[in-house]
Design a protein around this ligand. Structure first.
Ligand code: CO
Length: 226
């Protein structure tokens, strides 16, 4: 569940941290420019990332940290439970910009075990916008109800994390901007991944390219669906 504790644990941090954060930023920026002068001046002129990451907002899943990347290398959209709802302007505009303007060659959807949004989708109704959002995540439960009904506890959670990632890849495969890029000859690839917060290792789950539908990666995640 998205419990009060999970949501609120960081809310009472000492405000003096604000000045700490700004000081750390200045130190980091100075160091980054000193160590990568050419890269820093390139980045001042613009960005040319090759990958678009759609991930969970969870504080443990910063893509630059977990893939050991630098500023400028990954275009990012994050929301609760890495979801691509068919009418969400936030994520759809990010897809349009990443694919149509930045011309990224890969889109990654990365979910994670231990996801509060996925737990919420398996639980009861929640009030407010969070409840409405979780209901969109719940679409992956409805689609895979039979398989999920055969599992319980941690197995059920982990399987929904995986199925939800693959469902978002399937949706992206039907996305208007993605289809148009493929029709124009783009080699754009879609990749579904899952990160295990127990060891921070990312495992590939599924891929989709222009030719052929969604392909499950052998050995990725839980046993493959029939
Ligand atoms: Co999450």
């Amino acid at each position: 569940m998205i419990s009060d504790r999970a949501v609120g644990a960081g809310c009472f941090a000492d405000m003096s941290k604000i000045s700490d954060w700004l000081a750390r930023n200045r130190d980091w920026a100075r160091r980054f420019r000193a160590e990568n002068p050419q890269r820093a001046s390139e980045l001042a002129a613009g960005q040319a990332p090759s990958v678009f990451w759609i991930g969970c907002s969870d504080s443990r899943l910063d893509p630059c940290v977990v893939m050991d990347l630098q500023p400028g290398e990954v275009f990012v959209h994050r929301n609760i439970a890495n979801t691509v709802p068919p009418s969400d302007l936030g994520v759809l505009s990010a897809v349009q910009f990443a694919v149509g303007v930045l011309r990224v060659s890969r889109i990654v959807v990365c979910g994670h075990y231990g996801c509060g949004g996925i737990d919420a989708a398996l639980g009861g109704d929640l009030p407010g916008p969070l409840g409405q959002w979780v209901d969109q995540v719940r679409e992956s439960v409805r689609i895979n109800q039979d398989e999920l009904d055969s599992l319980d506890g941690a197995d059920r959670h982990r399987r929904l994390v995986e199925l939800h990632v693959c469902e978002q890849i399937r949706r992206l495969g039907h996305n208007r901007t993605v289809r148009q890029a493929w029709e124009e000859g783009s080699l754009l690839e879609l990749h579904g991944w899952v990160l295990d917060v127990a060891d921070f290792i990312i495992r590939p789950l599924c891929t989709q390219k222009h030719e052929g539908g969604l392909t499950y990666v052998a050995g990725g995640g839980s046993p493959l669906p029939a």
